[in-house]
Design a protein around this ligand. Structure first.
Ligand code: MN
Length: 147
């Protein structure tokens, strides 16, 4: 069961994302502003966060900053979801500790690509021995066996 938290203040956009995610078998949680997003992360322990930039209380930039300040959440994949289409905004977003970027209206194929990319990275980190071979992994395996 892979859990995705949607943080988005617009109800129509939340519903669209929920439908796209549920069709693909993800378990979906929702937050309507940045403060609620931080609370829901604690409560639901999502595998990935889709984070709107323009939100009341705390915007997406503030939320991702708080996430990266928390050692327990530092590796949570966070995808910015925004209508900001300007090149400068895109670069600002990619420089702000997000792992990915989706522009609104979110298209199904882009969403799938981002989820596959980021959730596969996460799985690699959790299970390095299954996927790689070589001297470095030999060491890792030996270290694991000695524990
Ligand atoms: Mn918004």
């Amino acid at each position: 069961m892979t859990k995705v938290l949607i943080a988005e203040d617009n109800a129509v956009n939340r519903e669209l994302l929920r439908e796209l995610l549920e069709i693909r078998g993800y378990t979906v949680f929702e937050a309507c502003d940045g403060q609620e997003a931080l609370q829901m992360i604690e409560q639901t322990q999502p595998d990935l966060l889709l984070l709107d930039i323009g939100m009341p209380v705390l915007d997406g930039f503030a939320v991702v900053r708080k996430i990266r300040e928390n050692p327990h959440l530092a590796k949570l994949p966070v995808v910015a979801v925004t209508a900001y289409a300007m090149r400068d905004d895109r670069e600002k977003i990619l420089g702000a500790q997000f792992d990915g970027y989706l522009s609104k209206p979110v298209n199904s194929r882009s969403l799938t690509q981002e989820l596959d990319r980021l959730l596969t990275q996460r799985d690699d980190r959790n299970a390095p021995n299954q996927l790689h071979e070589g001297p470095a992994d030999g060491k890792a395996r030996a270290a694991g066996n000695s524990e």
